[in-house]
Design a protein around this ligand. Structure first.
Ligand code: NDP
Ligand code: A1CAB
Length: 274
């Protein structure tokens, strides 16, 4: 029988995940989502046919898996208010919150709980997510397999065996959709400056990003080789790529990844003091 999964918080991330689970054949009657606002839950009941609760404790009461999907800043209060119900039930806890460590979450929920931390990203909303997962000492193999099933319903999954590596996952996947959107914005602006209508520039740039990603994913060659394949000697691409390299693009990405990872750590430390 399928595990009962309760999502605490029914926003973007939660709805992406349970939407993906249902599409992959997970029984909707085994899924519950909670929110303090029933007006927000009504369309989810209508669209997905899942159970909903405005009371988080009621959501936890029959859960085998509790997915924590509220913003990190309110997580402490949300966890503290669910502590008794969680200790009664001892479900698997899966958190998608940035920064908050498994130790912090376990402590806020009263201790002695299997906790999996997950760092997903928003392309999960279209089934193309990329998630990093880390399990604490109390998680068993069957619980790892449940979390893998959950997250693979919206994309690919990479397990890490050191929690600190979730900061790197945040830098290259969790936050990284925003970097690519920024590149699309910049290419569109450049296309417009060079005379293209904005709509054409966007369509061309986005399709190119998609195509380039697909070629890397096919795995016939690594990104450096694929790049070289586009760069005819003394041609147009060589000029452009040399400019990007000389302007320090790789270093800029490295620094962006470092400040991103540092912010994840900082959020964990700041919020973890509670
Ligand atoms: N967005 C992203 O790219 C990523 C987000 N994450 C993590 O995912 C988590 C959720 O983010 P996201 O889905 O984007 O945020 P959303 O704001 O879309 O979802 C959070 C939901 O929690 C609801 N909520 C507020 N208070 C409570 C409560 N007491 N009990 C239950 N639900 C409550 C909110 O309702 P209301 O709006 O009515 O307040 C909202 O619907 C965060 O911890 C974030 O760090 C991780 C990776 C990527
Ligand atoms: O920006 C953030 O903090 C969240 C976590 C990863 C993506 N969005």
């Amino acid at each position: 029988m399928a595990s009962n999964v309760t999502f605490i918080g029914a926003g973007n991330m939660a709805s992406a995940i349970f939407g993906g689970m249902i599409e992959s054949g997970y029984p909707r009657e085994a899924i519950t989502a909670t929110s303090p606002d029933d007006a927000m839950l009504a369309p989810l009941r209508e669209r997905y046919g899942i159970h909903t609760e405005t009371d988080n404790n009621a959501g936890v009461a029959n859960a085998d898996v509790v997915v924590l999907a509220v913003k990190p800043q309110i997580m402490h209060d949300v966890c503290a208010a669910m502590r008794d119900a969680t200790q009664d039930r001892k479900p698997l806890i899966v958190s998608v919150a940035a920064g908050l460590t498994a130790e912090t979450l376990e402590r806020w929920l009263g201790g002695d709980l299997p906790v999996i931390r997950c760092m997903p990203n928003t392309p999960s909303l279209v089934g193309s997510g990329a998630s990093g997962l880390y399990a604490n000492r109390l998680v068993d193999d069957s619980q790892k397999s449940i979390a893998t099933t959950l997250m693979e319903s919206v994309g690919i999954v990479e397990w890490v065996d050191e929690e600190v590596l979730l900061e790197a996952v945040t830098a290259v996947a969790g936050s990284a959709p925003a970097y690519f959107y920024l590149v699309f914005e910049a290419l569109e602006e450049a296309g417009v400056k060079l005379g293209l209508p904005a709509e054409s520039a966007r369509r061309l740039a986005v399709q190119t990003g998609l195509g380039a990603a697909r070629m890397v994913q096919q795995g016939d060659a690594d990104p450096a080789q694929l790049r070289r394949n586009v760069m005819s000697p003394n041609g147009t691409t060589e000029r452009a790529v040399t400019h990007l390299e000389e302007a320090g693009l790789r270093q800029i990405f490295l620094e962006a990844a470092e400040v991103c990872a540092a912010r994840a750590r900082e959020m964990g430390e700041e919020l973890g003091k509670q």
